[in-house]
Every structure is written in structure tokens, then in C-alpha cells.
Ligand binder design. Structure first.
Ligand SMILES: [Zn+2]
Length: 151
């Protein structure tokens, strides 16, 4: 797979979850895949994502596949050894957290104390706590979440 960054020259749709249109001139990441369709024939597939969506997806990928430092200095970094089912659960929890984080940021941005929706903020925070407890069961709490909590 080849990946590069460019400006979109034409309209297309973002291959990320956002699914929104890409306009000519938008910064995008292009991924080029080769797909074998027969022994002699292969086709080239292109995927386009908004630059920011690509970064978001890449961060998600890294969260899903946390770096595990080797216990000694000779080993290679390993990814988590989870069942397919647990991986799917973990991905859902990571997405849920990203969604809740976004909602929370939006609520917290309101500067006027009397306009702050404290009830919603408390609800989102308790949902986040629930997600954290759940992910602890499927591969552990990501380091970045722990850092978030300490900040
Ligand atoms: Zn997008």
C-alpha cells in the first residue's frame, strides 16, 4: 500500500467514518492498494480521506494496538493478544470514548457558568467512567486515557 498527502483535485467521498464529501482543494491522504483479481490481473484501488480524518483513524489504530515495551532489551514490541470478539468490543469502546470526549469538550467550552449544562457534563463523565471500567476487561486501559484522567 502506498500513501501520500496531496490536495484533492476532484470531488469524492471520505473513506473514513465521516463519509462527508471531499471538495477540490481539500488536503487529503490518498491510499493506493493493489488487489489481485486473478493470477495475471490486478487492479488498483484508491481510497481518499480528509487529512484530519486520516490522522484520527491513525491515532485510533495506535490506541487499538498499544505499544507494549519489551521486558528485556532484546525482544520486539508486541501487540495485544485479544480474541476477535474482544478486539471488536475494544474498538467499540474506543469509538464510544472518542464520541463522549467530543461531547464533553463541546459542553465544557461554554464559558458562562450559568449556561453550563452541569447535568449533561456529569452524565457524560459517568459514562466515560463506565467505558473505562469496561475497557479494563478487554486489554486494559490505554495509557493515553490514564494521562487524560491525570490532567
Ligand atoms: Zn472525512
Amino acid at each position: 500500500m502506498n500513501i501520500w498527502v496531496t490536495y484533492s483535485r476532484r470531488k469524492s467521498h471520505c473513506a473514513s467514518e465521516c463519509g462527508l464529501p471531499i471538495k477540490a482543494g481539500d488536503p487529503i491522504v490518498v491510499a493506493k492498494h493493489f488487489k489481485e483479481v486473478s493470477d495475471t490481473k490486478r487492479i488498483t484501488l484508491y481510497f481518499y480521506k480528509h487529512f484530519d480524518c486520516w490522522v484520527k483513524d491513525a491515532k485510533m489504530y495506535l490506541q487499538q494496538n498499544p505499544f507494549v515495551a519489551a521486558g528485556n532489551h532484546t525482544g520486539r514490541p508486541k501487540t495485544m493478544n485479544l480474541s476477535e470478539e474482544d478486539k471488536a468490543t475494544r474498538l467499540k469502546l474506543l469509538q464510544r470514548k472518542a464520541c463522549l470526549d467530543q461531547q464533553l469538550r463541546k459542553k465544557l467550552k461554554i464559558a458562562e457558568p450559568e449556561l453550563k449544562d452541569l447535568e449533561s457534563i456529569a452524565r457524560i463523565q459517568s459514562q466515560l467512567a463506565g467505558v473505562t471500567l469496561e475497557i479494563a476487561q478487554v486489554g486494559g486501559i490505554p495509557t493515553s486515557w490514564i494521562e487524560d484522567m491525570l490532567n
